[in-house]
Design a binder for this molecule. Structure first.
Ligand SMILES: Cc1cc2nc3c(=O)[nH]c(=O)nc-3n(C[C@H](O)[C@H](O)[C@H](O)COP(=O)(O)O)c2cc1C
Length: 211
């Protein structure tokens, strides 16, 4: 899905890109476009649409995309919003596969210096661990993290907010998606493009190393 204009200004001399940033929403939820995560992403999209050019890809279900197919769209993006459910304390298997397939692109211009926001959904427990580990992976791939750009939407926390609004008001909720969206757009619109990357083995990282 693409919305808004395609206008994109070039990179300024200081290595800072300007203009309306292009954000790729990567729905990596197990239930794809039909699940819980997709419903929250629909709200996030509304928060992003006014300030960014949006693209969206789904990694599971009908029309599921792969890393190889997405590569040009990942490269064209100024920033990413990744989203997954929590599955046995981990992220979805489709996200794991995507990350494995993305390995040869580690620290390339596809990721380098691009801000990444993360939405994790869960029933009750494990989502914050998923969020923190995924943010760590994204930084190792080459992305950067804007402040307040990772959120866990938990069924249990939302129930607590509904029944004990006073006591649970600082639990993450749908209203926090707007903060994440704002910070992602801000970081993507001002992203630097002159970062350094350390050497990465792209050819032989699969080799058998046990002698
Ligand atoms: C196989 C499986 C494992 C799950 N494991 C957890 C878990 O460890 N912790 C949790 O809080 N929720 C767990 N859930 C609930 C999902 O994380 C939650 O419903 C999420 O919003 C699903 O997103 P989706 O509908 O977009 O795929 C699990 C769900 C499934 C199907």
């Amino acid at each position: 899905m693409t919305s808004g204009s395609d206008e994109q200004q070039g990179t300024a001399g200081g290595g800072v890109s300007t203009g309306r940033p292009r954000i790729l929403i990567l729905n990596a939820a197990l239930a794809g476009a039909e699940g819980n995560t997709a419903r929250w992403l629909a709200r996030a999209r509304a928060d992003l649409a006014a300030a960014a050019v949006l693209d969206e890809a789904v990694l599971a279900g009908p029309g599921a995309e792969t890393f190889a197919g997405l590569e040009p769209r990942l490269r064209a993006a100024d920033g990413f919003w990744l989203a997954t459910g929590t599955h046995w304390d981990g992220w979805s298997s489709v996200l794991q596969r995507f990350l494995e397939e993305a390995t040869p692109a580690e620290c390339t211009d596809l990721w380098l210096g691009k801000p990444a926001a993360v939405l994790v959904t869960e029933h009750s427990v494990g989502g914050k661990g998923v969020l923190s580990r995924l943010q760590g992976v994204l930084v190792t791939l080459g992305c950067c993290l804007p402040p307040c750009s990772g959120v866990v939407l938990s069924r249990s926390a939302l129930l607590a907010r509904r029944h004990e609004p006073g006591a649970a008001e600082d639990f993450w909720g749908a209203d926090d998606l707007g903060v994440v969206a704002r910070n992602l757009v801000l970081a993507a619109g001002r992203r630097r493009t002159d970062w350094l990357a350390w050497p990465v083995d792209r050819q032989d990282f699969n080799r058998v190393w046990v002698e």
